[in-house]
Write a protein that binds this ligand. Structure first.
Ligand code: AMP
Length: 483
């Protein structure tokens, strides 16, 4: 199958050639002819399959007829995160080099002015996160009745993030006669029901189920301690001992852990960046660019922030926490070992996580081995030198011991080149890891404030009322009775 057999316009075909693609991916070959025939499409595909071009290429072809009017976009693409929206915009720019299309990116975390100016000029294509789109709509800056094509991308992630009520509102605002393209990596019954609601007589296209992992990835479970500072030491051991480590993503289940771990690794002088929903857009963009260019070797991230990011050539994935949804395991480790390359995925498992390990094994059908046969893992700083007595006593480690062993390990590796660590500064590591935890404000600004029911493990949890789970110490002091 070649691109020229799909019915795309000559200008789009020329752009595809410039992009250097020799043949369509399976999702492109299946979806593009139907999109060009103006059919609704329900696609089961995840990022990395060429899904973005599967909808953008035919959209550009179809947009060749007609022009946009001020504040009346002709096509609307909804994305769950700012990064995905920005990535789709990049794709649009790449594939529309031979067209004069106005693209507006409407995402949170950046100023309204620029976005409003673009809307006023007339946008052919709007790429938006639901919160910002509704915001601009409510300010009277967009009219939705000119939308001819609506794309709902990453529908399962939209559901996880609590965006479905927003999507329902948006769908009601666009004309009933629109063409709808709906993509999701997984199709649980609730997503199927939504697709039923939004699509008319859709064509279904699907590529490799999200339950399979690549054979080119070497996967391991790693038995990890529960205490955070011990767990961080184990992670550092895994990083230091890793073979062929070019760069890696470290996934945490909660964004407060992303922040804590990032600070800890920075303090230990690793080349590290972090990505979670609270960061402002320019920091997120800068971090991603640094990671892509190789300037940053390790990226600590939450699922929400990292989902679908197109970062080629990641050699390692470290799951600092076992994902509580088994499909997230597949997505996370799918960040490495792409396009037939080798990859390594380590998942740290505490005793409390065993049930999630079971669910992942059932979903993937993979027989994943335990590192060291599943023995409790200590930091390699220590394990590499520890005598049996030392190992035994290490299970009762104190923070102080942890600190000391780090110093020993740092001394032991002196002179070795560590690609993941920054050049050593003169100042020694002083502060205890436990002290690096800093409060992180909750929730992504894109999430509508009214969204209910986010899963408790979700990165973007609602802002707790009052003190949340934390009870200030003064409230715990016994009260004195008078009189
Ligand atoms: P996506 O699934 O849309 O995020 O695409 C994943 C990556 O595949 C992106 O880097 C695209 O530039 C690339 N890509 C998309 N279509 C093709 C193709 N037909 N041949 C080679 N690479 C492609």
């Amino acid at each position: 199958m070649t691109f020229s057999e799909l019915g795309l316009s000559p200008k789009v075909l020329a752009a595809v050639e410039t992009a250097g693609y020799s043949a369509p991916t399976p999702i492109q070959a299946q979806a593009i002819p139907h999109v060009l025939q103006r059919r609704d499409v329900m696609g089961i595909a995840q990022t990395g399959t060429g899904k973005t071009a599967a909808f953008t290429l035919p959209m550009i072809s179809l947009s060749e007829k007609g022009r946009a009017r001020a504040r009346m976009p002709r096509t609307l693409i909804l994305e769950p995160t700012r990064e995905l929206a920005a990535q789709v915009e990049e794709n649009f720019v790449k594939y529309s080099i031979n067209h004069k299309l106005n693209v507006a990116l409407l995402i949170g975390g950046v100023s309204f002015e620029d976005q409003m100016r673009k809307l006023d000029r007339g946008a052919d294509v709007l790429i938006a996160t639901p919160g910002r789109l509704l915001d601009l709509f409510e300010r009277g800056r967009i009219l939705m009745n000119g939308v001819e094509i609506l794309v709902i991308d990453e529908a399962d992630r939209m559901l996880d993030m609590g965006f479905i009520p927003d999507i329902e509102r948006i769908v009601k605002m666009v004309p009933f006669t629109r063409q709808t393209l709906f993509f999701s990596a997984t199709m649980p019954p609730i997503i199927e029901k939504l697709a039923d609601q939004f699509l008319q007589n859709p064509v279904q296209v699907a590529v490799a189920a999200a339950s399979s992992t690549s054979d080119t990835i070497d996967k391991k479970w790693v038995r990890a301690p529960r205490k955070d500072y011990e767990k961080r030491a184990v992670l550092r051991g895994l990083i230091d001992e890793a073979d062929n480590l070019n760069n890696g993503i470290i996934f945490c289940n909660r964004k407060r852990d992303v922040a804590t771990l990032y600070k800890s690794l920075s303090r230990h002088e690793y080349s590290v960046g972090s990505l979670h929903g609270d960061m402002d857009q320019s920091t997120r963009t800068k971090t991603l660019a640094g990671f892509r260019s190789g300037e940053i070797k390790l990226l600590v991230a939450s699922d929400v922030a990292a989902r679908g990011l197109d970062i080629p050539d990641v050699s390692h994935v470290f799951n600092y926490d076992v994902p509580t949804h088994a499909e997230d395991y597949v997505h996370r480790i799918g960040r490495c070992g792409r396009a037939g390359r080798d990859g390594w995925a380590f998942t740290m498992v505490t005793k409390a996580d065993d049930k999630y390990v079971q669910a992942i094994a059932e979903l993937t059908g993979d027989d994943i081995e335990w590192l060291d046969g599943g023995k409790p893992t200590t930091s390699t700083d220590e394990a590499s030198e520890a005598t049996p007595e030392k190992k035994k006593s290490s299970r009762k480690r104190t923070k102080k011991a942890d600190k000391e062993s780090e110093t020993v390990a740092k001394d032991a590796v002196e002179g070795e080149e560590r690609t993941t660590r920054r050049p050593r500064k003169k100042k020694p590591v002083e502060a205890e890891d436990a002290a690096v935890a800093a409060p992180v404000a909750a929730d992504d600004t894109e999430a509508a404030p009214t969204q209910p029911d986010r899963p408790s493990d979700n990165d973007d949890m609602p802002i707790p009322k009052g003190w949340g789970d934390h009870v200030p110490a003064f409230l715990l002091q016994p009260t004195r009775k008078f009189g």
